[in-house]
Design a protein around this ligand. Structure first.
Ligand SMILES: [Zn+2]
Length: 275
């Protein structure tokens, strides 16, 4: 047991109402790659902007072609040690709210209940015109039916995306709302969009009732996550960060652990639950 693990274990044992914020680093061990490298820079092409998604047919079609190719891999992803550690911590009673920037639903599948999906969920799809909601599985089936001969060898990419040749994308029939023919969008916050107000308020209220903030697997480069670290700091709450690599909140944290999220949290939470 290293001193770092002891410090995190003691930190967890020392707080009774922890608010946790998780990011992509919690899901990488489940085979869902991160967007950013250890310095917080883009590893690859940044994700699609909402304005282009709405306005440009080619962007819309490219998004759905890549998403169609990437979905089987994402749907097959299973929770890992990090997700299980948070579920066990919540069950032990001292983790009161989990807010995740991830859109994969893996925290819930591991058994976490008090979860706010800050950036939404990929397994739900909404119509931008009539607001109708449908499951991603339904849209996947519709796309398969509309593209019977469409095949691609797709490399795995963030958020269920995949690299698909431009020429292949041109031949892809993108999905439309079955009710009104409108554009469909996964129920996730795209770049250029804000987190829905009520969702943000629920998270903010939970943080106001917490006695500490733990950040796990997030570089906090996206403001919607970083602002919780800043609010916690301004409220005088202790902050711990478990993340491989630099984060935007490093200066605010009393404890920074630069180790693998899953094994580190599993060790710390397991010992806490046996105190
Ligand atoms: Zn519609």
């Amino acid at each position: 047991m290293s001193s770092t693990d002891d410090r995190l274990r003691n930190w967890i044992a020392g707080h009774r109402r922890v608010f946790a914020l998780t990011g992509a680093g919690c899901s990488t061990a489940s085979g869902i790659p991160d967007y950013r490298d250890d310095e917080g820079g883009w590893k690859r092409r940044p994700p699609v902007m909402i304005q282009a998604f709405r306005a440009q047919d080619v962007v819309y079609r490219r998004y759905w072609a890549r998403a169609y190719a990437g979905w089987p891999h994402l749907a097959a992803a299973a929770p890992n040690a990090a997700h299980r550690a948070f579920a066990a911590w919540e069950a032990a009673g001292t983790l009161v709210q989990l807010v995740t920037q991830n859109v994969d639903g893996l925290h819930q599948r591991a058994g976490s209940r008090a979860v706010i999906d800050l950036h939404g969920r990929l397994d739900l799809v909404i119509c931008l015109s009539c607001g109708d909601q449908t499951s991603r599985d339904n849209v996947q089936e519709a796309m398969a039916a509309a593209n019977p001969r469409w095949r691609t060898e797709a490399a795995t990419a963030p958020d269920g995306d995949a690299d698909v040749e431009a020429a292949v994308i041109e031949s892809f029939a993108a999905p439309r709302c079955e009710r009104c023919g409108g554009l469909l969008k996964p129920d996730v916050v795209f770049f250029g969009e804000n987190v829905p107000r009520d969702r943000y308020e629920r998270a903010r209220e939970a943080l106001a009732g917490a006695d500490a903030l733990l950040v796990a697997g997030s570089s906090l480069m996206v403001y919607s996550g970083f602002r919780f670290a800043r609010m916690a700091h301004e409220a005088g709450l202790p902050i711990a960060i478990v993340n491989r690599g630099r984060t935007r909140g490093d200066d605010l944290a009393g404890l920074k652990v630069e180790l693998d999220v899953g094994s580190t949290l599993a060790a710390a939470v397991h010992r806490e639950s046996h105190l």
